[in-house]
Write a protein that binds this ligand. Structure first.
Ligand code: AVJ
Length: 293
């Protein structure tokens, strides 16, 4: 209600991830245009030995926004962690991932935490050095101010951090990644309205809204919007919201950082940047950070 009452209507992207949205996101990760997942997977494979060395064997691995925990398998194999704590807002995705991982790694102690990591987290006390893993460029959903707050809080949870961040690049490549030809990203974006219909008894008509994504070069971010195709009113429970033709709901930011840009952000939040790894095409970076004392 608060977001839809703003002059620029906005909804937080964390609400994308109901069961249907999480499935759609997994489909996005397999799209030919969506290079992020493939690039991060490939850099992780390519540099797994030195990534493992940086994290240290026998640690406790804390993962934020674990989703289906695909890259995590590589890390678990290399690190042999004493414990794995996946944190995700989608209880269903978390359950599926935990079940699959316990089958693949029967020796691993798994403690799933269903929580919104954009808020302060209550975690069990560590018994071994804790390493935070935050892959997928999920940090890109946060504004630089929010990212600063998140990193400062993460610093209290773990002495080391591995964080995957999408790099700045040609706007055309970015545009294609968020405007795929199969329309999966559009369906992912529109599912937000469908979810509001299902869960809050609203009457959004999905065909009266269109997916719109573009690269805002000045701010270094992809913006996703849902644009009203006509002048209309929508009801959500007892509330009514008016849309002008062409008016949008801003549903997501996806910030892109150069190595230097991210390094500065991490330093301001109390992390020392140690090194980063990249894929062959230089599309995506994994940064290794240590808590500065
Ligand atoms: C999960 C936030 C990293 O920003 O690329 C994918 C979500 N949105 N396609 C991203 C997303 C549209 C994704 N993150």
């Amino acid at each position: 209600m608060a977001g839809l009452s703003l002059p620029q209507k906005a909804l937080p992207p964390k609400y994308f991830y109901d069961a249907k949205g999480s499935k759609l996101f997994e489909k996005i990760c397999r799209l030919p245009e969506y290079y992020l997942t493939r690039a991060e997977l490939s850099l992780t494979r390519r540099h797994i030995a030195s990534i493992g060395k940086f994290a240290g064997r026998g640690c406790e691995l804390l993962e934020y926004g674990s989703g289906e925990s695909l890259k995590t398998r590589l890390l678990i194999r290399a690190l042999r962690p004493k414990a794995y704590l996946p944190v995700d807002i989608s209880a269903s995705a978390l359950e599926r991932a935990a079940a699959q991982l316990s089958r693949a790694f029967p020796w691993l102690r798994i403690t799933p935490v269903a929580a919104d990591f954009s808020r302060p987290l209550d975690l069990p006390a560590p018994r071994h050095p804790r390493v935070a893993y935050f892959p997928g460029s999920t940090i890109g959903n946060l504004t630089p101010e929010e990212a600063h707050g998140f990193l400062a809080r993460a610093r209290a949870h773990a002495g080391r951090m591995l964080i995957g961040v999408d790099l700045r690049k040609d706007a055309n490549l970015l545009h294609a990644a968020y405007n795929d030809s199969r329309g999966v990203t559009a369906a992912f974006n529109l599912n937000l309205l469908d979810r509001i219909n299902r869960e809050l008894g609203a009457d959004f008509e999905l065909r009266r809204f269109a997916h719109y994504a573009f690269y805002n070069a000045a701010l270094g971010r992809i913006e996703m919007h849902l644009v009203s195709l006509e002048k209309q009113k929508v009801r959500i429970g007892r509330h009514r919201f008016a849309f002008e033709r062409g008016e949008s709901i801003h549903t997501e930011n996806s910030y892109k950082y150069s190595i230097e840009g991210f390094r500065a952000l991490a330093a301001n939040a109390g992390f020392r940047w140690q090194r980063s790894w990249s894929d062959r095409e230089g599309l995506f970076a994994l940064h290794g950070l240590t808590a500065a004392v």
